[in-house]
Every structure is written in C-alpha cells, then in structure tokens.
Design a protein around this ligand. Structure first.
Ligand code: AP5
Ligand code: MG
Length: 214
C-alpha cells in the first residue's frame, strides 16, 4: 500500500502517518524528519535544508526529489510506505508519478487532512518535538507523561525553530501557493480521500482506517 499524506503544516500529517505506519506495517517517510536528522548530524544536506526551513520556505526540488527517490528504493519500501510531507510541489508529484509508473505501479491513496488556517496557528505553538527520535506531542492535545520529556526515548522536547508564529504564517502562504494544488492533482488521479482533521486525533485515525480498510 502506497500512501501520500496531504495537508497544511500542522494539520496532523505526522501524527496520523506514524499511526498508519504502525497499524499497516509500512515505513513512515517524512522528508521534514529526514532534513531535521541531517541538520542535527551537521551534514551538507542539513546545512542547505536549514537555510530554507528556518525561513518557512521549501527546500529546492532538485535536493528533495533525489533524496526521496533514494529512500523509496530501499528494501523496506518493497511492500509500500506512507509519505508525509512529500510531494509538496507539482514537479515533486510528477517525478513520483513517473518513477512509480516506470515500475508499473502508482500511489493508492492520497489522504488530505483538512484543517482551516485558524486552527493551525494554535496547534503549532503548542507542538513539542523530540529531535532525537522524531516523536511529536502537543502541550494540550497530546501531552507527554512528563512535561518536556519524550515518552519514547527520554530526550528533551523542544519547540521547532520553524514553529515560531511568523514562520508558521510564511509556511501557510507557501502551502496555499505551492502544495494545495496537489489536492486537485490527486483528485484527477482518482486516489484522493478527504478527512476532517479538526476532530480529535483518535477520531481522525478511525476515519482513515475506514478508508484504508481494517
Ligand atoms: P515538515 O516537517 O513536513 O513540516 P510541515 O508540513 O510544515 O508539517 P508539520 O510537521 O509542521 O505538521 P504535521 O502536519 O506533520 O502536523 P503534526 O502531526 O506534527 O517540513 C518542515 C520543512 O521542511 C518545510 O517547511 C520545508 O522547508 C522542508 N520540507 C519538507 N518536505 C519538503 C518537500 N517535500 N519539499 C520541499 N521542502 C520540504 O501535528 C501538529 C500539532 O498538532 C502537534 O503538536 C500534534 O500533537 C497536534 N495535533 C495533531 N493532530 C491533532 C488533532 N486532531 N487535534 C489536536 N491536535 C492535533
Ligand atoms: Mg510533520
């Protein structure tokens, strides 16, 4: 099963993608997480990505597309995967479609997690992320057991650099301009599914399971 998660920054793509990955036993591939791991490790890719991410801009397609293609060519992707944060531009989607079609396959589901902009700002300010294992929390909606500490690995939780209010506004602009057209793209491909992302996160997951099957 090959799934793409669509939705604005902070819509809950990462939250749901992790649950889907666990339930259906497929790898969760987040381009944002890959960039953040590279930033933490101080790689050249990380340095380049950080310049864009800190401004709320997209990392250029020529960097992102190759990186994603390498990742989905790995053996753990043989039975499918869930892509979170990719594609984010029409050229990225076209590259993915072409690469899959060369192999005689295609994306099975593009799930759009729909959340209005007003809700997004509130979610981002309360999000706390573990830069060690990638887990995410929300101070109000998905709090860790111990304040500021990751339940899974015990590391310290932080507010992501790009979750500052002014950067969130920029990310939303970029989303409307460059990423939202993908809803239409996957609609035309006949694989688009919409879920209401303003519901409680367990309810959103239940709605997704209804789409994907038990
Ligand atoms: P990325 O890491 O993908 O960030 P994003 O799209 O901005 O999305 P987020 O991770 O911020 O949000 P999310 O939808 O995963 O929400 P979450 O589940 O955490 O990308 C970061 C940057 O990397 C980009 O800006 C860009 O620069 C670069 N980049 C990445 N991919 C790229 C690409 N393909 N091309 C070019 N550049 C790229 O949830 C948010 C919060 O809400 C959490 O605190 C969560 O606990 C809470 N929450 C979730 N669901 C609910 C709910 N139902 N109710 C209440 N709270 C909820
Ligand atoms: Mg995310």
């Amino acid at each position: 099963m090959k799934i793409v998660m669509l939705g604005a920054p902070g819509a809950g793509k990462g939250t749901q993608a992790k649950k889907i990955a666990a339930r259906y036993q497929i790898p969760h591939i987040s381009t944002g997480d890959i960039f953040r791991a590279n930033i933490k490790a101080g790689t050249e890719l990380g340095k380049k990505a950080k310049e864009y991410m800190d401004q709320g801009l997209l990392v250029p397609d020529e960097v992102t597309i190759g990186m994603l293609m390498d990742r989905i060519a790995e053996p753990d992707c043989a039975n499918g995967y869930i892509l979170d944060g990719f594609p984010r531009t029409i050229p990225q989607a076209e590259s993915l479609t072409a690469a899959l079609s060369d192999k005689g396959t295609a994306i099975d589901y593009a799930i759009n997690v729909d959340v209005p902009d007003e809700n997004i700002i509130r979610r981002m300010g309360g999000r706390r992320a573990c830069l060690n294992c990638g887990a995410t929390y929300h101070v109000e909606y998905a709090a860790p057991k111990m304040k500021g500490i990751c339940d899974k690995c015990g590391s310290e939780l932080v507010l992501r650099d790009d979750d500052k209010p002014e950067t969130v506004t920029k990310r939303l602009d970029v989303y409307h301009d460059q990423t939202k057209p993908l809803i239409d793209y996957y609609g035309k491909a006949g694989v688009l599914k919409e879920v209401d992302g303003t519901k409680d996160l367990e309810q959103v997951f239940a709605d997704i399971v209804k789409i994907l099957g038990e």
